[in-house]
Design a protein around this ligand. Sequence first.
Ligand code: SF4
Length: 384
Amino acid sequence: MILPFARLGRSISAVVRTETDRCPGVLAVHKAADGGLARVRLPGGLLTVAQFDVLRQAADELGDGRLELTSRGNVQVRGLTGDGPRELSQRLYDAGLLPSITHDRVRNILASPLSGLDSDSRYDVLPVATAVDHALCARRKLAELPGRFLFALDDGRGDLAGVRADVLVRALDDREAVLTLGSSGVRVTWSDAADVMIAAAKAFLKVRSGQEWRIAEVPDGEARILDRLGLEPTVEVPTATTTVDAGRHGDDALVVTVPLGSLGQEQAAVVADVADEIRLTPWRSMVLRVRSDPAERLDGVGLVTKPDSPWNGVTACAGRPGCAQALADVRADARRVTPRLPRHGQPVHWSGCDRRCGKPAGEFVDVLAVGNGYVIDGERMGLR
Ligand code: SF4
C-alpha cells in the first residue's frame, strides 16, 4: 500500500510503503496458488527461435505447459513444483536467458517491437536496448533497482509513449532522440543515449529514500535527477501515440496476437516452426520475422493475425485457479464472452480482484470480478 503525505511547506508527496518489492524473477519465484511462477526478463522482447523453444519445453516439462506473455514484453512460466525452479534457472542460464544472477529482476527494458522492420521506424532502437542491458548488468549498484523500474526505447512511432516508463528515450531521427523522466524533454544523441539512461537510473538510487519504486514516486524526482546529471529540458516531449495491430508490417514482419497472452504448446510449436526471429510486445502479442505467409497456420491454432479480431486489446490477470485472491476464473469468462463481441475501440482488461494486475497503461475498459458477477467500468453487468 502507498501512503501519500505532504511535507511542511511543500506541495509534494512521498511514499511510505508497507510492502516489499516482490516482483518475481527467474531466481525469485513467486508462490502462486497453482505453484511457482517465474518471470523471465527479455530486454527489447527479443528471443531467438532456439531460446523460445527452450522456454516452450521448460513450460511443458516443468510448468503447466503454457507461456504467459506480460505487459512488459516478458514471459512467465507457472505451475512449477519441486525441483522445477532450479532446473528452469539452469536451462535459462544455458540458453543465455539468465545472463546475470544479481540483475535478474532489474532488466526491464522495452523497445518498439517493430523497430527497424517497417517504414514507421525512425531509428533501430533494439541495439540500444541491448547496450542498456549490458551496461545495467555490468554495474553492481544497479542490482538495487526496484523490480518495477522501467526503461523504454521508442523508435519514434510513439507506441511506447504511454507505457509509463521511468526512463524513456524516443527517436526524433537517426541522430537524435528525446529523453524524458516524466514530463520534460532533453535532447540526446544516439551515441549518448544508453549512457544517459544508465546515469539516470544511478541518480534515481541516489535521490530516493529507499522506499520508492518509481521516479514518479520520489518528491521532485525528475528535476532532482536531471539536476544531478547536469541536464536541462530543452525540447517538447512528443505526444503522438500509435498502436501496433495484428497483421503484416513491412516486408517480413507479422504481428500475432496471443489471446489473453497465454500461449499453449501447439501454438508455440507452430510459432517456432514459422519464425526466424521472435519479439514479444507489451501488448500480449509477438512480432515474428517470417519469409512466407504463415497466417493460415497461426490462425488454425487459435492465434490472431487479423487487426479486426475481437481478441486484439483484450487482456486478463491470472484469476482462478492461479491466484488465491481471485473472485472468478476471469480467463474462462473472457474466452467465453470475447469471441461474441466486435473488436472494442479501447483495450479491455479482465481482473479477478481490484488489484487489477497486468492492466494496460492509459484508458481501458475495466471488467472487474466482484464475487457474484462483474462490474464493467463501475456498472454491474450480467455476463452470460
Ligand atoms: S488482479 Fe487480483 S485476482 Fe488477478 S492476479 Fe492480481 S491479485 Fe490475483
